[in-house]
Design a protein around this ligand. Structure first.
Ligand code: FE
Length: 195
């Protein structure tokens, strides 16, 4: 069953992040991961498994790129899924962040610092292994994910997310990303993970 690309989950224009960036990001890049995932799954249905080899084999390359494409799809869906709000910070998630990091400001400082160093993604995740919230960093769609940790809030730090609008000024991009967050949605995600 082919995977279907999801539409952007918000209608309004974002603050700072242009429609041009969003169109490229969603319609070309995200949708491209969906198409590649479907192409890979089709090829996996016919590949020669007897030729599987750790150095090079068609099967091996398809499996490596499968995790890249699938990670790219889900991380972008989490990213787009929390945008479209007015950035008003609220809800139970804030109490949880205060409990874990000492204060919301402490969490935010760490989240921003992670954004300054990430080559791919910053993921605020609820980790079911220890029952705690963490800011995890992934340098690629298929590197750095923690098994059993559920994303609550995901920030794309690939250059395609900000370079058209901000050049190399990732700091201002991070500030604008925060202004566009929908904390009602973030709280819903957190509550559903906790259940
Ligand atoms: Fe992206």
């Amino acid at each position: 069953m082919p995977y279907t690309a999801k539409p952007l989950p918000f209608q309004k224009a974002l603050q700072g992040i242009s429609e041009k960036t969003l169109a490229i990001h969603h319609d070309k890049l995200y949708t491209g991961y969906v198409n590649k995932r479907n192409e890979i799954e089709e090829k996996l249905s016919q590949v020669d498994r007897a030729a599987a080899n750790a150095t090079y084999s068609e099967y091996g390359e398809l499996k490596r790129e499968e995790s890249f494409a699938v990670g790219g799809i889900y991380l972008h869906e989490y990213y787009f899924g929390v945008l479209g709000g007015d950035g008003s910070v609220k809800g139970d998630i804030i109490k949880a962040l205060e409990a874990e990091f000492g204060s919301y400001e402490n969490w935010l400082a760490d989240f921003k610092a992670a954004g300054m160093v990430a080559r791919g993604w910053v993921v605020l995740a609820y980790d079911t292994n220890d029952g705690r919230l963490h800011n995890y960093l992934c340098d690629s769609h298929n590197h750095g994910g923690i098994w059993g940790a559920f994303p609550v809030l995901v920030m794309d730090m690939y250059e395609h997310a900000y370079f058209i609008d901000y050049g190399s000024d990732r700091k201002t991009y991070i500030e604008d990303y925060l202004k566009n967050l929908d904390w009602d949605k973030i709280n819903q995600i957190y509550q559903s993970i906790k259940k």
